[in-house]
Design a protein around this ligand. Structure first.
Ligand SMILES: [Fe+2]
Length: 404
């Protein structure tokens, strides 16, 4: 395989004022206010977090890591730990390979149902003169592995976590409630943070616990909640991920659609200070959903599952939830969606289909506080889609089966 496509990093670096200085320059104010800086200029070159896998499947996976100094970075991978013969870089743009501190490098054209071994490599850039670039130390991770799933596999398993709200210990704790299942992915259904402050928060409260608990070998899928749209660093959040918004992918018998439901209050609310347009954004998401439900992949899928933070109904009468009902529910009904998974209310619940309202069952995960936290587990084969929810004391609170 040749150089692979990457994601957001390079483009954003350009947008923020130069490929080299982009991410690093942005991080300086954040480092200044962090109570426990994860790294400083005086430290040696190091990998701050990762590797961490994120995927949208279709024989691709993205590998995420962050280093503390500007570097040229790549992934070495292959079918055996002794032979990492392939190399993937971030996407070349305008003829320039990306350099910086944040890496989201995508591997493409992977073979279905195949185990891959990989390691991340970063080469520090000590000095960047117009005609003489000086490299420093080269760092690499241990060799890790993952299985690229066959999208036509007979069965799919995934876990959902939602509304963690800056409680990183909940991630390993809740995943630890089921040590038997090997999920194909872990889905984070929004409000993993209270609001976005800086890079150390993204690392300590999300990427680090994910890397330690599962993400070196099992990918996550992530969609923003209304809280990830807040705070001075929310505009930087996307550069750490392959995707945090709309997505659609097939895995096993399920066609997944991920919707970004935006904020919960009206755009004109004073707390947004005239710098948001979530009504327009939700309408764009609805247009994508309309196209999706007309697609061959959606129509031919055995089961259709929609993942969205704010539930399309039954979450109060604030503007955001009501607008979600208005723009999304007619499409969910028309598309004969088999299941919607949401969060946001902090109260785990199942709402069965109601004639004239929601023709889909809606399962809502619990909240951030002890006693309300949940792990939602979904399994599907050709005949059955089964949702089980476990509360943080280990008791099963939902067991809902949808048969075909
Ligand atoms: Fe929320």
């Amino acid at each position: 395989m040749e150089e692979q496509g990457s994601i957001n990093q390079n483009r954003r670096n350009f947008l923020k004022g130069g490929a080299l200085l982009g991410a690093a320059a942005l991080l300086q104010p954040s480092l200044a206010i962090a109570s426990e800086p994860l790294y400083g200029k005086e430290e040696g070159f190091k990998i701050v977090v990762g590797p961490c896998l994120q995927s949208s499947f279709n024989n691709t996976v993205s590998i995420i890591w962050v280093v503390n100094k500007n570097a040229a970075s790549w992934v070495e991978y292959g079918l055996s730990p002794d032979s990492l013969t392939e190399k993937a870089y971030g996407k070349t743009e305008l003829g320039l390979k990306p350099i910086g501190t944040i890496n989201v490098i995508q591997l493409i054209n992977l073979q279905p149902g195949t185990k891959y071994y990989y390691r991340i490599v970063s080469k520090e850039i000590k000095d960047f003169q117009p005609y003489k670039l000086t490299y420093g130390e080269v760092l690499n991770s241990d060799i890790q592995s993952f299985v690229n799933p066959d999208i036509n596999k007979a069965e799919v398993n995934f876990f959902m976590l939602n509304d963690i709200h800056d409680r990183p210990k909940s991630i390993p704790f809740l995943l630890g409630l089921d040590k038997e299942t090997k999920p194909d992915f872990v889905f984070f259904n929004g409000d993993i943070f209270d609001y976005q402050t800086d890079e150390p928060q993204i690392i300590k409260n999300f990427l680090q616990p994910c890397t330690e608990a599962f993400a070196k070998y099992t990918p996550f899928v992530y969609v923003r909640g209304n809280h990830e749209t807040r705070g001075k660093y929310c505009r930087e959040l996307p550069q750490y991920f392959e995707s945090i918004s709309y997505n659609a992918f097939s895995l096993g018998p399920i066609r997944f659609v991920v919707l970004d439901t935006g904020e919960d209050k009206e755009d004109t609310h004073p707390v947004y200070a005239n710098i948001v347009d979530f009504d327009g954004y939700r309408r764009e998401q609805a247009e994508l959903l309309a196209k999706e439900i007309a697609s061959k992949e959606f129509k031919k899928a055995r089961f259709r599952v929609v993942l969205m933070h704010i539930p399309p109904r039954y979450s109060g009468d604030w503007h955001g939830p009501k607008h979600c009902t208005e723009v999304f529910e007619p499409l969910l009904n028309k598309g004969k969606v088999d299941l919607v998974l949401s969060g946001h209310t902090h109260r785990y619940q199942i709402h069965e289909p109601v004639k004239g309202l929601n023709s889909y069952p809606l399962v809502i995960g619990g909240g951030p506080k002890e006693g309300t936290r949940t792990l939602t587990k979904v399994t599907a084969n050709q005949n059955e889609l089964l949702v089980k929810m476990i509360k943080d004391d280990g008791t099963e609170v939902i067991n809902y089966s949808i048969k075909k």
